[in-house]
Design a protein around this ligand. Sequence first.
Ligand code: KG4
Ligand code: ZN
Length: 311
Amino acid sequence: MVGPEGVVEDVVYSQSIHADYGGVVPELAARAHVEKIVAVVRRALDSLDGQPPDAVAATAGPGLIGAVLVGLSFGKALAAGWDVPFVGVNHLEGHLLSPTLEPDGPAFPYLCLVVSGGHTTLYMAHDVGRYETLGQTVDDAAGEAFDKVGRMLELGYPGGPVVDRTAAGGRGDAVPFPRPDPGGLDWSFSGLKTAVRQHLQRPDRASTPDVCASFQAAVVDCLADRVLRAAKQTGVRRVGLAGGVAANGALRERFAALDLDVTVPPRHRCTDNGAMIAHAGRLRLLAGERHPLSLGARPRWSPSEPAEVPR
Ligand code: KG4
Ligand code: ZN
């Protein structure tokens, strides 16, 4: 829940069930949403003392449709019950605008690197609803690469946090993994992932902490390189970091040290959270937007496209 002063309540429930399966099982994710959503929303509403909020925002996509449908339907039901405006939010827009939730967050226009499980995209955020894609991965997302390397090393799922922790005991320069560069402002991580797999088959392979630290160093180098390139090309020096991978210690350190005006939100505002969706929804509402309760869920949806699909 957010208001003019920022975040009022932020309740997050993270599903641990996926660790048992080594990845997200869509059907199980949706069922867990059904089971947890009432308790999570109830807790977030505690501070309202029974008063309804001014409006309700819920994620309408993109993502696993079963889980999205649970939150979207629940949000609409609340809006209908309270008779308050409803707005469907693009999950990526939630990440994109999350740096502006910070007290010293960037003003428009700013460059935003969204690095999550499914996306690695560099946007120029011109204004609320006006996002230009400057670069993106041509194959795996950075988070996906972390998850795959975590699996190769049998460290469990999701790989990102555990590779990050394991890397703390290793040297980033132990293994000279490649820094693939498909040109322009794009990334490619599948070759790096293959290089890790091939390295692990060598009899003289490095220790697991060294492999994690070296892999992480390569990812961080690639991410920082394109952002520096984009700042040079566009002249925009304000940069926001967003998405689950932005919780990575080495990435946060590198970005904080860049000779640019960088906002690195706290870790719990980088991984998926309700505050970023409420924030994006609030900015959309303030811009005059609201959606009918017939709004559909979108498995694919660029944050620059309107929420409603013309029929
Ligand atoms: O944004 P997010 O929470 O969910 C999506 O919208 O995808 O991002 C999840 C991704 C996963 O791939 C996870 O492994 C990665 O973020 N991640 C990390 C860290 N924490 C989460 N990657 C690297 N280091 C971390 N500390
Ligand atoms: Zn996300």
